[in-house]
Ligand binder design. Structure first.
Ligand code: SF4
Length: 249
């Protein structure tokens, strides 16, 4: 339980810590320069610009933290905070994670959980038909005679893999579901159907890459279990998918 909690808060903790470190470096440098020779006009300009940058970084981060509990209404501001999350804070946390020798997978999981919190608080009242459930091909039983390429409706529901359970959820809530065999197909499916919300199932790496590729789209990430090793007959918690659908509709 403690490990799970740490895995969830690690990403926001590392971003906050990196901002504190940057602020300490900035104020120490400014203080040392001021006390030694005073500041030249060029240095004053440089420190002013750095101060503005630091203020923007800290205030945007506070806004992002708030968005895990409260909806950001202006869509432009929402897009800006998402861009900052995926293109600035993600790298800040990764940088500090490397300094503290953190496992990549745990940081990625924490990032995905943090993003999920934001998606849940910012998207609700969605029509079920506008929710797209994206599944990895490795969920399917390797010996299955049915070739499920795109639409999981073909599944005969024999129960040998989790596709049958997901099909049940799909019919129960009337959401769309598709199997993506790779990143480019997933992107094409998203571009073609333009859903309001995507619930994507995959491993740490694919989800992190996929989310960063499609950062403009609201993607709720569900990690798959890999009892048979990577990319082979994986499993998914159907209750987690159901929980997300219930929150969105
Ligand atoms: S549940 Fe569906 S996809 Fe899975 S093995 Fe059975 S028929 Fe194939």
């Amino acid at each position: 339980m403690k490990e799970h909690y740490l895995a969830v808060i690690k990403f926001p903790m590392f971003v906050s810590l990196s901002l504190i470190i940057l602020s300490i470096i900035y104020f120490s440098l400014a203080l040392v320069s001021y006390h030694s020779l005073g500041l030249s006009p060029m240095e004053t300009l440089l420190f002013t610009l750095l101060f503005i940058l630091l203020t923007v970084l800290v205030s945007t981060w506070i806004l992002i933290l708030m968005s895990t509990h409260q909806k950001i209404k202006p869509s432009g501001l929402r897009l800006y905070t998402k861009w900052m999350l995926f293109n600035i804070y993600f790298y800040l946390a990764q940088w500090l994670g490397k300094v503290f020798m953190q496992k990549k997978g745990i940081m990625q999981e924490s990032f995905l959980n943090f993003n999920n919190e934001i998606i849940l608080s910012n998207f609700s009242g969605i029509h079920s038909k506008n929710i797209l459930l994206l599944l990895p091909h490795c969920l399917q039983k390797s010996e299955c005679k049915i070739r499920i390429t795109n639409d999981i409706i073909e599944c005969a529901e024999c129960g040998a893999c989790d596709i049958a359970k997901v099909k049940g959820i799909m019919s129960k809530y009337d959401v769309r579901a598709a199997v993506a065999t790779g990143g480019s197909l997933a992107r094409k499916l998203i571009q073609d159907s333009r859903p309001d919300v995507i619930i994507a199932v995959a491993c740490h790496r694919d989800l992190t890459d996929g989310l960063r590729d499609s950062w403009r789209f609201p993607v709720y990430a569900v990690l798959n279990d890999r009892p048979n090793g990577p990319c082979f007959e994986t499993k998914v918690s159907v209750s987690t998918i159901e929980f997300a659908i219930k929150k969105f509709i």
